[in-house]
Write a protein that binds this ligand. Structure first.
Ligand code: NAP
Length: 288
């Protein structure tokens, strides 16, 4: 396998060390630590694991963590009231809404009710807008994780590079395309219609950087990868009891210069960036 592995763990470790130092300094200056509140409606086994890991990482870093459990049958307007109470609570610096929400609650609408100052997932339209202008300080976690992995490649000069992002979701593909554009990367975004038209291989074959965030195992074939390309696979799929990405790893690794393993690539970084956003939100709120 000629490709070097782009593992998120070591980059995440550096981010977490910086967060710890920053929290120490903030605690000395303001006498309090940042606080993150996680809102969950109903029970869900997948999000339980995620919540436990978030809580552990937050506490290790010195961030106060509270889980606010709401009833699965809560009405949407009651849910919004609960968020509004957290928005007004000065001791709360960051709010995260755990997905999936019960079916009768519209997740996209709910996200708009989190104060942009406490929106540590950066899904509020105001924070998305800041991204368009290249001014965002709180960045969408997974998209920012991809940028951190690219920045960890010392020899890489992003300016003028050609990238293909596969997937155009609001939380990964679209914000990632903006982050790449802000670094003067010539960026093409492929989506379902590219797949349907059958031109996905044509775009990928030319790309120096390929980032795939779709959620379809083996969607990107290894022999589509350009010699020496950098491949970041965001996808998480369960295949025969194992976790796999969206890219045919073994074959892609024969051609790429760098490639993320799945699991172990983007995953460990996403939560570190979430915590960095809590600290950033805390700082912005103190400056108000
Ligand atoms: P999503 O909202 O379902 O978006 C998937 C995107 O892929 C959509 O834009 C969709 O287009 C596009 N798509 C579907 N089929 C395609 C095809 N054949 N060719 C090209 N594009 C296609 O998913 P997401 O939230 O962005 O997440 C994507 C993947 O990343 C998932 O596997 C998720 O589990 C993983 N993920 C991992 C992390 C992590 O921390 N490691 C974090 C977030 C997400 P249309 O909408 O037009 O159909």
């Amino acid at each position: 396998m000629p490709a070097k592995l782009l593992e998120g763990k070591s980059v995440a470790l550096k981010i977490k060390e910086n967060i710890k130092l920053e929290i120490e300094a903030l605690k000395n200056k303001y006498g309090v630590c940042p606080k993150l509140v996680s809102v969950q409606a109903g029970e869900n086994s997948a999000s339980e694991i995620y919540i436990k890991s978030q809580e552990k990482i937050a506490k290790d870093l010195g961030i106060n963590y509270e889980l606010k459990k709401l009833d699965a049958g809560i009405k949407q307007d009651e849910f919004i009231k609960a968020i509004d109470a957290l928005n007004r609570d000065k001791s709360v610096n960051g709010i995260i809404i755990q997905m999936p929400l019960p079916q009768h609650i519209d997740a996209k609408i709910i996200s708009r009710y989190v104060s942009p100052l406490k929106d540590i997932e950066a899904v509020h339209p105001q924070n998305m807008g800041e991204l368009v202008f290249g001014k965002a300080k709180i960045l969408p976690c997974t998209a920012a994780a991809c940028m951190e992995l690219l920045n960890s490649i010392e020899s890489l000069e992003l300016y003028g590079k050609e990238a293909v992002v596969v997937g155009h979701s609001e939380i990964v593909g679209k914000p990632l395309a903006l982050l790449l554009l802000n670094k003067f990367v010539t960026t093409t975004v492929c989506h379902i219609a590219t797949g349907q038209r059958g031109t996905l291989p044509d775009f990928i074959k030319k790309a120096e950087i390929v980032i795939v965030a779709v959620g379809k195992a083996g969607l990107v074939k290894g022999d589509w990868i350009k010699e020496g390309a950098i491949v970041i696979d965001v996808g998480i799929n369960r295949v025969e009891g194992k976790i796999a990405g969206d890219v045919e790893f073994d074959k892609a690794a024969e051609k790429a210069s760098y490639i993320t393993p799945v699991p172990g690539g983007i995953g460990p970084l996403t939560v570190a960036i979430l915590m960095r956003n809590v600290v950033e939100a805390f700082k912005q709120q103190q400056a108000k």
